[in-house]
Design a protein around this ligand. Structure first.
Ligand code: FUB
Length: 449
């Protein structure tokens, strides 16, 4: 171990003692359901403030509907390793919230004058059942808390999905939705409106619109929002040269999910000179779309400032260290025939997925694996094959030379197979796994040593 890797290892152990670390591609949080991601760059890190879906039952919430009792915050400095800092606000510690409403929907957070302001919707104590969403604020000295909730919701705001934007002239704006999108100025104290709520006009008049998220790039204000144009939500945007409009509907950022997940909800940030979109789908709960999971993909602009449509990926973003478990079921590309992805255990989806190679010549590609200085000389593969077979590894492309052949023994249990790989290259490469012989090989992960 070099001094710097020893130092990183010690830090990792130290942080692990206080928070839960996840290493994941898409979805990025795999030990709980998360939705409505609001990502923010604070200092050197990205902080993620999502909703926290749980499953309603006889004792909590409304069966078959959204059920959320609290919020966690997550942080990362590489968009791959996420630290869960735990619960920051819950329905049990906000004085004005109905603590049996399980209605803590999409939040947001922003920094101003040394404080972090966390905005969240919830049903108020005095509201009619299933109605009465208000928006509250909790304040902290740090992005990960502790957050202290204000005793009352923001006066004049009735609705969900708060989003806050502070312009270069320091004026803050609060956006929220109530079937349509509204905006008002915020006072410098960030907890009171400084103007009457205004309906944002010129957005689609048919179909629910919610989840506003505004960002600015090159002087253009982009108002992004989920909208039901057809049967489920897709992500769209409108642009303006003023944060309060008038906005002009400009395009679709992401089509409806083929999974059928009825909602989607986005945030868009620039981090280390790359733009990213955070959104959600129901990857970990394919049969129930109120238990969702957050994903990230890169976002690009055309020369004229319009947004290129994002095709959701499983691979997500970031570079994966070759020594980590490379989850090739989160592939960047796959041969259509003779390949499939299934949960390792359909009864416990938090356990993740496996890839199955069934046809000779079937392959799966996982991009951006970092082999460092080229000091790796063996590979571990966790695999299962009742009849056994041989898989091949290639770097960069499936037509590139085979760097290793790995014999998977016949058996009915998962095995970790270790194979020497001499002369592994340094640097960052795509990793391709192909089937040479065998009728069905299941692979959980691969890593290099
Ligand atoms: O998470 C509950 C609601 O679903 C959010 O507030 C909406 O934006 C939609 O994602």
């Amino acid at each position: 171990m070099t001094n710097s890797s020893r130092y990183r290892f010690i830090i990792l152990i130290f942080v692990s003692a206080f928070a839960n670390i996840m290493i994941a591609q898409n979805p990025i949080i795999t030990d709980q359901f998360t939705a409505d991601p609001s990502a923010r760059v604070f200092g050197e890190k990205v902080y993620l403030y999502p909703s926290h879906d749980i499953l309603a039952n006889e004792e909590r919430g409304r069966i078959g509907w959204f059920c959320m009792e609290d919020y966690h915050v997550f942080s990362s400095d590489n968009l791959t390793d996420w630290i869960d800092h735990g619960v920051i606000v819950s329905q049990y510690n906000v004085p004005w919230v109905n603590s049996a409403s399980y209605s803590m929907w999409a939040p947001d957070c922003i920094y101003r004058n040394g404080k972090y302001y966390f905005y969240f919707p919830a049903r108020a104590k005095d509201a009619e059942p299933r109605k009465g969403f208000r928006v509250g604020v909790a304040v902290s000295d740090e992005p990960y808390g502790p957050f202290k909730p204000e005793s009352e919701p923001i006066k004049g705001v009735f609705g969900i999905d708060p989003n806050v934007f502070i312009d270069e002239d320091k004026q803050a704006y609060l956006y929220w939705s109530a079937g349509k999108i509204f905006v008002a100025k915020l006072k410098e104290n960030m907890v009171e409106l400084d103007s009457e709520p205004m309906l944002i006009e010129n957005l689609p008049s048919e179909g629910l619109i919610e989840g506003p998220y505004l960002f600015k790039r090159n002087g253009i204000y982009y108002l992004t929002y989920p909208h039901v144009e057809n049967e489920t939500e897709r992500l769209e945007y409108a642009v303006a040269d003023n944060p309060m409009g008038p906005f002009e509907v400009t395009g679709v950022i992401m089509d409806e999910s083929p999974s059928g997940c009825w909602t989607n909800h986005q945030s868009i940030i620039e981090y280390n000179n790359q733009w990213y979109i955070f959104y959600h789908d129901n990857d970990l709960s394919p049969d129930f779309d109120k238990n969702r999971s957050i994903k990230i993909d890169s976002l690009f602009f055309h020369e004229d400032g319009t947004i290129k449509k994002v095709i959701p990926s499983l691979r997500g973003v970031g570079v994966t260290d070759a020594s980590r478990k490379i989850q090739i079921d989160r592939y960047s590309n796959i041969r259509d025939e003779g390949t499939s992805v299934e949960f390792l255990d359909a009864m416990d989806t938090f356990g993740g997925w496996k890839v199955i190679l069934e046809d000779e010549n079937s392959w799966v590609k996982y991009n951006s694996v970092d082999f460092g200085a080229g000091n790796f000389n063996s590979v571990h593969v966790k695999a299962l094959s009742s009849e056994g077979g041989i898989i091949q590894l290639h770097l960069n492309d499936v037509s590139s030379p085979v760097i290793s052949e790995i014999k998977i023994p016949a058996g009915n249990d998962w095995e970790i197979i270790n194979t020497i790989v001499p002369g592994l290259k340094s640097g960052t490469h795509n990793l391709i796994v192909s089937l040479k012989t065998g009728s069905r090989i299941e692979i959980d992960w691969i890593n290099f040593n």
